[in-house]
Design a protein around this ligand. Structure first.
Ligand code: ADP
Length: 269
């Protein structure tokens, strides 16, 4: 009898505990939703003023009101690059908020990797690159056409490439694509830069995380690029990977299915 009473008591305890956990889970869910809404609202509201700053800086740099002194030109260029960086951060925040709220759409299409690589090559050509660094796009061989969201894939690779260029002063940044197995493809961006200590490998993919070293601090960005890349890879049914050794370099990879969704009939290349 005493044992039964004790069991019932324990049972009641467990039930109460479950109810409490449920309530907490609900609260957490609500807080996450609010955070996503806030991020979406804030980044949306930031867009208008930051775009105004960019347009005005562009007008100034075009010197339509007369020539600028070299100091003025330097300052206008600074406004332009800072505003562009800010606009990119706002875009990243908005994208992250959308993904977290499950409101991201994918628009898959058939495309050839060579085309994506040449678009990326064009994009990075005018970017200021350290003189001691070459940017190489390997010819993708034996890759079939992919059926995925090429804009999201491009966004992931752009993040990897711009980080690689940022953290490399000598050597090369090498972009490649190869077949991983029957259903997946691996894209890699290798650099011969400063490298990342093993203790940070998982953390660099978290929101706002940055490696704690003097060089990394000097080159600090928003800390959002890699977390967005990881989330985007997930949206495309894949994952990201990092291999890196301090002082040797890093390889960031994204592994994706060849087809993000069943391809529409009759549309095959
Ligand atoms: P951000 O570059 O804006 O700071 P990211 O999310 O793109 O944010 O990167 C997070 C951090 O990971 C960077 O601040 C840097 O410390 C580290 N990191 C990313 N890519 C590299 C790389 N190729 N080599 C060395 N460190 C890197």
């Amino acid at each position: 009898e005493a044992l039964r009473a004790e069991l019932e008591e324990t049972n009641r305890g467990v039930v109460a505990l479950y109810a409490e956990l449920d309530a907490q889970a609900e609260q957490l869910q609500r807080a996450t939703e609010l955070k996503s809404q806030f991020l979406a609202y804030m980044s949306h509201e930031f867009r208008t003023p930051v775009n105004a700053i960019r347009s005005i800086a562009r007008l100034l740099s075009d010197e339509i009101d007369g020539p600028l002194t070299s100091e003025q030109a330097r300052q206008v260029a600074f406004i332009q690059s800072t505003a562009t960086e800010f606009a990119e951060m706002v875009d990243d925040l908005l994208d992250l908020a959308k993904i977290e709220a499950g409101r991201v759409d994918i628009s898959p299409a058939w495309f050839e990797m060579v085309d994506l690589f040449s678009a990326l090559r064009g994009m990075f050509k005018p970017v200021l690159i350290n003189p001691g660094v070459t940017l190489v796009f390997e010819e993708p061989v034996g890759l079939p056409k992919l059926y995925t969201d090429d804009r999201k894939l491009s966004q992931i690779l752009r993040n990897f490439i711009s980080n690689a260029l940022k953290f490399t002063t000598q050597g090369e940044v090498r972009v490649s694509a190869c077949r991983q197995d029957d259903h997946t493809v691996r894209f890699s961006v290798l650099d011969t830069g400063i490298g990342i200590e093993p203790q940070y490998h998982a953390a660099v993919f978290d929101d706002f995380s940055q490696v704690d070293s003097p060089v990394q601090k000097r080159l600090r960005g928003t800390g959002l690029g890699l977390s967005l890349s990881k989330q985007l890879a997930g949206v495309l049914g894949g994952r990201v990977e990092l291999e890196s050794a301090l002082g040797v370099g890093s390889t960031f990879s994204v592994i994706l299915p060849l087809h993000v969704a069943p391809a529409p009939p009759g549309d095959a290349p």
